[in-house]
Design a protein around this ligand. Structure first.
Ligand code: ADP
Ligand code: MG
Length: 243
């Protein structure tokens, strides 16, 4: 697949002596939605953190929109292209929702405050939370905070959005509102990599599901295949536990 917006070639990563990513090869096309599943500790978070160089790695190469990351000098250029949403929302508690969403473009893109806040306000509207713009994160529900975190990531106008278990820290009644925002984003054509245990979301939105196991890609296929007819017994066992 040439023209892939993400290319991962022979990626190996160790934490000390622990070999956490083993010869991972993966290409993601622009606009593709990839859901990553697998047992805890299988390397899902580490893999997606390598895609915006929140983690470095010892072997192989990751290209984001053609930029090789292992020796990348300008990590800001990479992080402009790749937005990330974490399980914990990581909003700045002492800043309002609007200030949180407007911060990165001012710092990284050197936008004037007015321009950054105008853009942030548009995005807060898009995630359905414009009416909370002048509150502080602590005054919002978890679902609202996670929607702010998505708006904040989008404010950088990234080409790729990474989600690491974005609904795992939420009360069950708030999961839907966050998945709705992610669904809209998928429909808008964004390239998305999503680590999640929300299998209904994966079935509906993913072009491809990747099953990670012990630092490797165990198998990958469209959701219909992974969920109905997986190749590996270990995939079957994992899915029985989460479905
Ligand atoms: P997952 O997201 O699939 O649960 P992770 O990528 O978080 O898996 O972790 C993969 C492996 O790397 C696990 O064995 C985990 O304990 C280990 N690990 C993750 N982060 C670190 C770290 N910062 N230092 C040392 N070991 C880590
Ligand atoms: Mg993880």
């Amino acid at each position: 697949m040439s023209g892939a917006i993400i290319q991962i070639q022979g990626l190996n990563k160790w934490f000390g002596r622990l070999h956490v990513l083993r010869e991972v090869n993966l290409e993601v096309a622009a606009g593709e939605k990839v859901v990553i599943v697998g047992p805890s500790g299988s390397g899902k978070s580490t893999l997606i953190r390598c895609i915006n160089r929140l983690e470095d790695f010892q072997q192989g190469e990751v290209f984001v929109d053609g930029i090789p990351l292992r020796s990348a000098q300008n990590l800001e250029a990479v992080r402009r292209e790749v937005g990330m949403v974490f399980q914990q929302f990581n909003l700045f508690p002492h800043m309002t929702v609007l200030q949180n969403a407007a911060l990165a473009p001012q710092k990284v893109r050197r936008w004037p405050k007015e321009q950054a806040e105008r853009k942030a306000m548009e995005l807060l509207e898009r995630v359905g939370i414009a009416d909370q713009a002048h509150k502080y994160p602590g005054q919002l529900s978890g679902g609202q905070q996670q929607r702010v975190a998505i708006a904040r990531a989008l404010a950088m106008e990234p080409k790729i959005m990474l989600f690491d278990e974005p609904t795992s820290a939420l009360d069950p009644e708030m999961v839907g509102e966050v998945l709705d925002v992610m669904r809209d984003l998928a429909e808008s054509g964004m390239t998305m990599l999503v680590v999640t245990h929300e299998m209904a979301f994966a079935k509906e939105v993913a072009d491809r599901v990747i099953v990670m196991d012990q630092g490797q890609i165990l198998e990958q296929a469209p959701p219909s295949v992974i969920f109905q007819n997986p190749t590996h017994e270990r995939t079957r066992t994992f899915l029985q536990r989460v479905l």
